[in-house]
Design a protein around this ligand. Structure first.
Ligand SMILES: NC(=O)c1ccc[n+]([C@@H]2O[C@H](COP(=O)([O-])OP(=O)(O)OC[C@H]3O[C@@H](n4cnc5c(N)ncnc54)[C@H](OP(=O)(O)O)[C@@H]3O)[C@@H](O)[C@H]2O)c1
Length: 246
């Protein structure tokens, strides 16, 4: 059995417990082709990336609309988003702040890597459209810029706020280009979608680069050092916590 989201370790204690009692409708059976390690390696990051892609495809995202931009690319959600989009036949452009991350991002399936420090953000209501869609993990000025640069009928999945919670844009991309801004909330995801997405992650959406994204397993004692890296934006991929190792 697996649980992700549902407020576990947010409003409810127990994310690192060996045994936990939770409402039955939080619990998803581990699909046959996965195991406890793999589902926790995919975890909330992989599930959230899958949810974002499902929302975009439900709203007619298609590889023919153009390349999909993934921001916060080396983070957990970003890494899974690149791998999953690549597996589904999308051209992916990764946006990162890490100058040494290009080989890692190309190995996950990005076709191109952009440096977020050299974007030269402008402020017109609309700019040259260049993305078929976007998976945004950072919010703030970068999300604002994405709204101005997505091709007609493209979808933007808004997932995170690593760069800020503000969104400054106009209605122009929505009413002149038919762009859609889709919210992604993995914690509140309806159970029916949760069940379906885990089945897809175990089959046609399986993240083929899981071993490259999750390279470390750490003990509880090692967690403070990992948290430092997460908070300073230095984390790459995802880390699994072995709650039994002492
Ligand atoms: N909506 C949901 O359901 C949901 C679910 C999971 C996570 N989240 C949120 O989504 C975001 C990504 O999650 P995650 O697990 O992938 O986090 P993560 O592993 O910490 O990765 C975040 C990435 O964002 C980039 N970044 C960090 N600071 C930045 C800044 N100041 N400006 C621009 N980019 C910055 C970095 O990537 P680069 O160095 O490659 O640019 C970093 O690796 C977080 O904000 C998280 O809270 C939301």
């Amino acid at each position: 059995m697996l649980v992700t989201g549902c407020g576990l370790s947010e409003q409810h204690n127990g994310g690192y417990a060996e045994v936990v009692r939770v409402p039955a409708d939080w619990v998803v059976p581990i699909p046959d082709s996965l195991d406890p390690f793999k589902v926790m390696a995919i975890g909330t990051a992989g599930f959230t990336a899958a949810l974002a892609i499902a929302r975009m495809q439900d709203n007619h995202q298609d590889p023919r609309l153009g390349p999909v931009l993934v921001t916060g690319a080396t983070g957990g959600v970003g890494s899974f988003a690149i791998s999953l989009l690549n597996g589904l036949g999308y051209e992916v452009v990764a946006l990162t702040g890490k100058s040494d991350a290009t080989p890692y991002l190309l190995s996950l399936g990005a076709g191109r890597v952009l440096d977020r420090h050299s974007l030269g953000l402008k402020s017109q209501p609309m700019e040259r459209a260049q993305w078929g869609g976007a998976i945004d993990n950072v919010g703030g000025d970068i999300l604002s810029w994405i709204t101005r640069t997505v091709n007609p009928w493209g979808n933007i999945a808004s997932i995170g706020q690593a760069a800020g919670v503000d969104l400054k844009t106009t209605v122009m991309p929505f009413i002149l280009r038919g762009v859609s801004l889709l919210g992604v909330s993995s914690a509140n995801c309806p159970r029916e979608w949760r069940m379906r997405l885990w089945q897809q992650l175990a089959s046609d959406m399986y993240p083929r680069h899981l071993d490259s994204i999750v390279t470390d397993t750490v003990s509880m004692e090692q967690l403070p050092g990992i948290f430092e890296k997460v908070l300073s934006g230095k984390i790459k991929g995802r880390v699994v916590v072995d709650i039994k190792s002492r």
